[in-house]
Design a protein around this ligand. Structure first.
Ligand code: SF4
Length: 388
């Protein structure tokens, strides 16, 4: 039987040094190998011409460089590009490239499905299937950089990086897959791999408090927190993890993170849901939370117009409502942006990543049995005057 090859695509710089050492090779060989893989996008060991022939033949025998397989590749009318990737056992993930004039941002997934099950998120409706490995996470960047270069006739190499920013904001909660996420982050930041600045790599979490502290110690990059509600009663419904790590704990963790973060603010994401979390009263409560709560937090607010998923009772706030909400925040001195919706024609915008929802763990069925997510359920929270 063939020996199973080691997939070295997701090995961190230190792990690759160890791997090369296990083959009897010096550390500088690991750095050469890393540049071939991540800067030149090469997967054929025989094409790595400055490696000794003996090393190449060892690698051919024992190792491989294997990214997830592309199932679909869609390009939106606005240039947004989405790949559907096969990660085995019937699981698929999505990766989205968002080109802008001054940057190219890649939104990567860290899990197949997600256990958090935020009320408005299509990924959560699939249930949790499994954590992605480090090579499946970094493989999204590896694939996307090569594909974008090819489409723009930019030759492979260290220069002219097409992807300048990475956001871990795709499918899954990155801090529920901590080890693989940090391994991929280390490669994104390493000068012999992608060389991205910490300020241009963002981990987005719904608020896994202990892991925010760990990230601060192990690999502090920019942090975005999916807030979506200004009080615990509403957030308990929209982001169920809030029941475990309520807002007071989350705000305190954000403050601790700022001591290590590459930016002097946390980005709070806030999905605008008509009549649920978008009133003037909610906006004022949000100002109080971040400015006058027990732990005020230096932050920016990013308001996200909701992209409809098959969930009764949830609708996108009107543009006028979003503008009024933003004005209250700005008048309080909070830098506030309204996210431009991209790639809707290919279902690439946030919250639509799962596309066709595969409910492997019967999440929707179980929620329906309890009445969770019904129009009545959502509206009942609104009628209880959550803002008071
Ligand atoms: S918003 Fe993020 S954390 Fe919440 S269910 Fe979706 S993928 Fe999971």
């Amino acid at each position: 039987m063939d020996e199973v090859r080691t997939n070295i695509l997701g090995l961190t710089p230190e792990q690759l040094v160890d791997y090369c050492s296990s083959l009897g090779e010096k550390p500088f060989r690991a750095r050469q190998l890393q540049r071939w893989i991540h800067q030149s996008g090469v997967s054929d060991f025989n094409a790595m011409t400055d490696l000794a022939k003996s090393l190449r033949s060892k690698l051919v025998d024992k190792a491989e460089i294997r990214a997830p397989v592309v199932l679909k590749d869609h390009i939106s009318a606005d240039g947004t590009r989405k790949w559907l990737l096969d990660v085995g056992q019937g699981n698929a993930i999505e990766t989205v490239f968002i080109p802008e004039d001054d940057r190219g941002t890649l939104c990567v997934s860290t899990q197949a499905g997600c256990a958090v099950n935020c009320l408005f998120c299509s990924t959560g409706k699939q249930g949790f299937n499994r954590n992605l490995t480090a090579h499946e996470i970094i493989g999204q960047l590896w694939l996307a950089e090569a594909a974008v270069r090819k489409s723009r006739n930019v030759p492979p190499g260290k220069n002219d990086r097409q992807i300048s920013n990475v956001v871990m904001m795709g499918m899954g909660e990155p801090l529920h897959n901590f080890e693989a996420t940090v391994s991929a982050l280390k490669l994104m930041l390493d000068d012999n791999a992608y060389g991205l600045s910490r300020r241009r790599v963002t981990v987005s979490t719904c608020g896994v408090v202990p892991m925010i502290d760990r990230l601060a110690q192990e690999c502090p990059v920019a942090l975005a927190v999916s807030l979506h509600a200004p009080n615990d009663r509403l957030r308990d419904v929209l982001v169920p993890l809030n029941r475990r790590y309520p807002l007071a704990e989350l705000m305190a963790a954000c403050n601790r993170y700022l001591d290590y973060a590459p930016r002097d603010f946390i980005t709070f994401e806030y999905c605008m849901l008509d009549g649920v979390n978008d009133t003037d009263a909610h906006a004022h409560e949000l100002v109080d939370l971040v400015q006058a709560g027990a732990t005020p937090v230096s932050c920016k607010l990013n308001l996200i117009p909701f992209n409809s998923i098959p969930m009764p009772g949830l609708r996108r706030s009107t543009d006028a409502r979003i503008a009024s909400f933003a004005e209250i925040l700005r008048n309080a001195g909070i830098v506030t942006t309204i996210r431009k919706t991209r790639g809707e024609d290919i279902e690439a915008a946030c919250g639509l990543l799962a596309g066709e929802i595969m409910d492997k763990t019967r999440v929707q069925e179980r929620m329906a049995e309890k009445g969770i997510g019904s129009e009545e359920y959502i509206r009942s929270y609104q009628f209880k005057n959550i803002c008071s």
